[in-house]
Design a protein around this ligand. Structure first.
Ligand code: SF4
Length: 166
């Protein structure tokens, strides 16, 4: 029996950059853990905003930061650079969408500590429609028996580089 594939925020983020990467993650093919990109991402995620950081993992939702003030919940996603801002926005929207499905309304913020930048994100009807379509495309890709070809836009820094190029 094929194990059920669960879409996560990381898979959403990867899919926007490279559907092949999303397929590999969905099939639990883990890149080499000593890769310095992964290490850098981990360090930034663990140390930036340390005072307000509270990592919350709930099923397929993995929130870097949560702040609750006067009944308003703000969740944050930390990234090392704003280069893939749209992928990061969709990842954060995915968490907001999943929480909404569980009856929890939240606001979101993208945090780029190295650039001292914050971008606030709202989940409206338009974003929900976009996510519905995106999730359908991701499911269609990751349930295929083989990974799609590499990134048509070319590979940037990627922790699967050794895997894809061997
Ligand atoms: S190395 Fe390139 S093709 Fe392979 S997963 Fe990364 S971005 Fe995609």
């Amino acid at each position: 029996m094929v194990e059920e594939i669960k879409i996560s925020g990381t898979i959403v983020y990867s899919f926007v950059n490279c559907p092949r990467e999303a397929w590999l993650q969905a099939h639990k093919i883990i890149p080499f853990q000593d890769n310095e990109l992964l290490e850098m991402g981990r360090l930034i995620s663990e140390n930036a905003y340390a005072r307000e950081m509270k990592k919350i993992i709930l099923d397929n939702i993995e929130i870097d930061l949560i702040n609750v003030k006067e009944g308003n919940i703000l969740i944050g996603e930390v990234k090392k650079s704003s280069k893939s801002k749209e992928s990061a926005r969709l990842q954060l929207l995915f968490y907001m969408y999943e929480l909404k499905k569980r009856g929890i309304s939240v606001n979101g913020v993208l945090l780029f500590p190295k650039e001292k930048k914050r971008v606030y994100v709202k989940l409206g009807e338009e974003e929900i429609e976009l996510l519905d379509q995106l999730i359908a495309s991701i499911l269609d890709t990751v349930t295929q028996p083989y990974p799609p070809k590499g990134n048509p836009k070319g590979c940037g820094p990627c922790s699967y580089r050794e895997f894809c190029q061997s």
